[in-house]
Write a protein that binds this ligand. Structure first.
Ligand SMILES: Nc1nc(=O)c2c([nH]1)NC[C@@H]1CN(c3ccc(C(=O)N[C@@H](CCC(=O)O)C(=O)O)cc3)C=[N+]21
Length: 284
């Protein structure tokens, strides 16, 4: 039985982080400034707290100053908008990230859009989204960008390939489709109302799952020889698991990402890269 190459996101991310650390040191030596990343976490969701802690730790390791803002779940909209305004005006802050989702009745889209576009290290503001859609340069969302880097590392060129994305979120599915389209793939975005999801997935040369349903993608949903990218982060009692039935899919695919150790670490590496890019744009 054949078995796919496992794409080692942890190793690729470590290489990206090492390069960012070098570039941050050069930037600091040249300008006398230290890039800074402000994270905003509202509420006490355990999963979100783990992600934000991971982002702050990664900043420290590459010489980026972290500003860790944690607020109670009942923080008002006005208070959060005022915090974002203050961070927008703060010269020590190069990048700002509002961890999503935010608790109801807060509006994550509204809060994200208060972030100065030059400091939008998540690439999720209307301006960044529009720039991506129009083919202009700009800050790109970290997880889709991380997937593009993994494909490149695995030697998978999207041009002319059938790419299928399962999931249409603003955070991932939509920007992923835009990046693959810009790289000349033929892109299909699937979702909960897609008729015959399995048949569409089986067309994919590049199959990307990002819906948050554990093991949704079965082995027989995978076209033989396809590249399978698992963006799922499902916390089960048995541990962290993706949206792909990994053991079955690896027998059919030619390359596949694991969870954990696949896309997740790339998200953080790209966030660090974006923070340095933002620092150059805002001069902070
Ligand atoms: N404004 C915003 N920006 C985000 O980038 C954002 C967000 N909101 N909300 C939630 C998602 C999720 N996300 C992850 C980042 C790293 C890992 C990661 O490092 N995962 C490790 C495992 C970590 C663990 O053990 O829990 C891995 O896959 O190997 C996972 C998920 C960023 N997100």
């Amino acid at each position: 039985m054949s078995s796919a190459t496992i794409i080692d996101g942890k190793a690729v991310a470590a290489a990206v982080r090492a390069q960012v650390a070098e570039d941050v040191a050069a930037y600091t030596a040249e300008t006398g400034r230290t890039p800074g990343l402000a994270t905003i976490l509202v509420g006490d969701d355990a999963g979100s707290a783990v992600y934000v802690a991971g982002k702050q730790k990664a900043c420290a390791e590459v010489g980026i100053k972290g500003f860790d803002h944690r607020l109670p779940a009942d923080t008002s909209r006005e208070e959060l908008l005022a915090l974002i305004d203050a961070l927008n005006a703060d010269d020590a802050v190069s990048g700002i990230l509002c961890q999503l989702p935010v608790p109801a009745p807060l509006d994550g889209v509204e809060l994200t859009n208060r972030i100065d576009a030059r400091k939008d290290v998540d690439g999720l503001t209307i301006a960044s989204t529009g720039r991506l859609s129009l083919g202009m340069d700009g800050l790109r969302p970290c997880t889709p960008k991380g997937v593009m880097l993994l494909l490149e590392h695995a030697g998978v060129a999207p041009q002319g390939r059938e790419a299928v994305i399962v999931g249409r979120s603003n955070l991932f599915g939509k920007p992923m489709a835009q990046l693959l389209l810009a790289a000349n793939a033929t892109v299909t975005t699937c979702h909960s109302r897609t008729a015959d999801l399995q048949a569409v997935c089986r067309r994919a040369d590049i199959l990307i799952a990002a819906v948050g349903v554990p093991h949704l993608v079965k082995g027989d949903w995978v076209k033989p020889g396809a590249t399978v990218i698992d963006v799922g982060m499902n916390r089960l009692e048995s541990g962290l698991t993706g949206d792909v039935d990994f053991e079955a899919a690896r027998e059919v695919a030619s390359a596949i990402t694991p969870v954990p150790g696949g896309v997740g670490p790339m998200t953080i590496a790209c966030l660090l890269r974006n923070t340095l890019t933002a620092a150059r744009m805002v001069g902070a």
